[in-house]
Design a protein around this ligand. Structure first.
Ligand SMILES: NC(=O)c1ccc[n+]([C@@H]2O[C@H](COP(=O)([O-])OP(=O)(O)OC[C@H]3O[C@@H](n4cnc5c(N)ncnc54)[C@H](OP(=O)(O)O)[C@@H]3O)[C@@H](O)[C@H]2O)c1
Length: 366
């Protein structure tokens, strides 16, 4: 049992969709779990920062209003490292951004004994050198790093894979739908029963419903899925160099690569509907549906991302809404994979993964 006066300081970078939900989950957790006392010592966006030089805690109610009213602009990341490393208690840094710059500083935070938790994919799917440096830094200092929500949001994908590997199972293959946007698009474009609309109409509809990035090309280029596959493949022991070092099928017609805006892209997309219609019809002829999946095969050392056809009875074909599905094929599970399925996006579930990571850190240090 932790001493009643023991404190752990939390520093948050990023207060957007996930950051806001994390703040409210942190506030509830701090009330439910009085020891160790969880105190917020730092919070910033790219424009504002809120912290006290003497580490006096920031109130966990009204935090966003106080941040908005703060006159402090964010210090440089090396200053943040120095500030947190000099704190009088153990510190957990929560990176709720998608910033490469913040991710590049993880080794420095970790070497200085600052624990890191994050849903940010950039650190774990960028260069293999950064990946190695992050885990080497954590091993050197004993600080923890957890990133459950970087794949499948709050779904227990990374913790499951880690446990499979660490308990001595041999992962042979992982396959799944890793993007909520791609899931929604194909579940509506090529449903297992009934008919979908034209490809361009489905993309427009998905955008209108808030399922795509402001420029849908950021979803359709496949890079988000490639990043998630890179993370999982590395955890399973494949030293994947980068998310562009294996085949990734982009659904952006080459001629539309140069569109200057997402709106121009959507205007011109109907001219390419025939291509996707052919793909849908080819699958239909075989009694199948097309889905955008990522997979890696450990024995073949093969990672790939793109369109594949599935029998209508296959769990990947029967996905609903914008859900993710991840199948783990391992020696222990044999030919019936361990399957994890559910919402793979959304502020609350993503923040849940981050809060879960915080609990893991507290179990180690609290
Ligand atoms: N939303 C989801 O469903 C989901 C699911 C899984 C994973 N994730 C991951 O979770 C992370 C956060 O996603 P989100 O949806 O919350 O994004 P978001 O709404 O765009 O919020 C990002 C926040 O980070 C801040 N920020 C960006 N760069 C920064 C920097 N260099 N220094 C300080 N603050 C910075 C932004 O501040 P400004 O507003 O001032 O720019 C904003 O407060 C991303 O890595 C995302 O990939 C999200």
């Amino acid at each position: 049992m932790a001493a009643p006066n023991k404190q752990v300081l939390i520093a948050i970078i990023g207060a957007g969709g996930v950051g806001k939900c994390f703040l409210s989950q942190l506030s509830a957790l701090a009330t439910r779990r009085p020891s160790p006392k969880l105190s917020l010592c730092y919070i910033s966006t790219s424009k504002k920062a809120l912290y006290n030089d003497d580490y006096t805690p920031i109130a966990l109610d009204g935090t966003l209003e106080a941040l908005a009213a703060s006159s402090r602009s964010p210090p440089s990341l090396s200053q943040v490292v120095d500030y947190l490393a000099a704190a009088p208690h153990k510190v957990v840094l929560v990176d709720n951004t998608s910033s490469q710059d913040v991710a590049d500083h993880f080794p420095t935070f970790l070497r200085r004994g600052i624990n890191v938790i994050t849903p940010n994919k950039k650190a774990f799917s960028g260069s293999y050198g950064l990946w190695q440096d992050i885990f080497a830094a954590a091993a050197e200092s004993g600080a923890s790093v957890f990133h459950e929500s970087s794949v499948g949001a709050g779904l227990p994908v990374i913790s499951t894979l880690r446990e499979l590997v660490e308990t001595g199972d041999r992962v042979t293959k992982i396959e799944g739908v890793f993007s909520g946007t791609m899931s929604f698009l194909f579940n509506t474009f090529a449903p297992t029963s009934g008919a979908g609309g034209s490809w361009s109409a489905e993309v427009k509809n998905a955008k209108a419903l808030g399922y795509t990035e402001p420029d849908p090309r950021d979803d359709l280029n496949g890079l988000d899925v490639a990043r998630k596959l890179t993370i999982l493949a590395r955890l399973a022991g494949l030293p994947v160099e980068s998310p562009t070092s294996f085949p990734v099928q982009s659904l952006i017609p080459e001629a539309l690569d140069s569109c200057t805006s997402g709106d121009e892209f959507l205007e011109r997309l109907p001219a390419f509907d025939a291509d996707m219609e052919r793909t849908r019809a080819d699958a239909e002829k075989e009694g199948k549906v097309v889905r955008f999946v990522g997979s890696f095969d450990v024995a073949a050392k093969q990672v790939k991302v793109g369109l594949e056809k599935f029998d209508k009875s296959h769990p990947i074909a029967g996905l609903k809404g914008s859900d993710n599905i991840i199948s783990f094929y391992t020696e222990r599970y044999g030919s019936n994979p361990l399957i994890i399925q559910g919402a793979g996006a959304g502020g609350e579930v993503t923040a849940m993964g981050v809060t879960g990571d915080l609990l893991k850190v507290l179990a180690r240090i609290g």
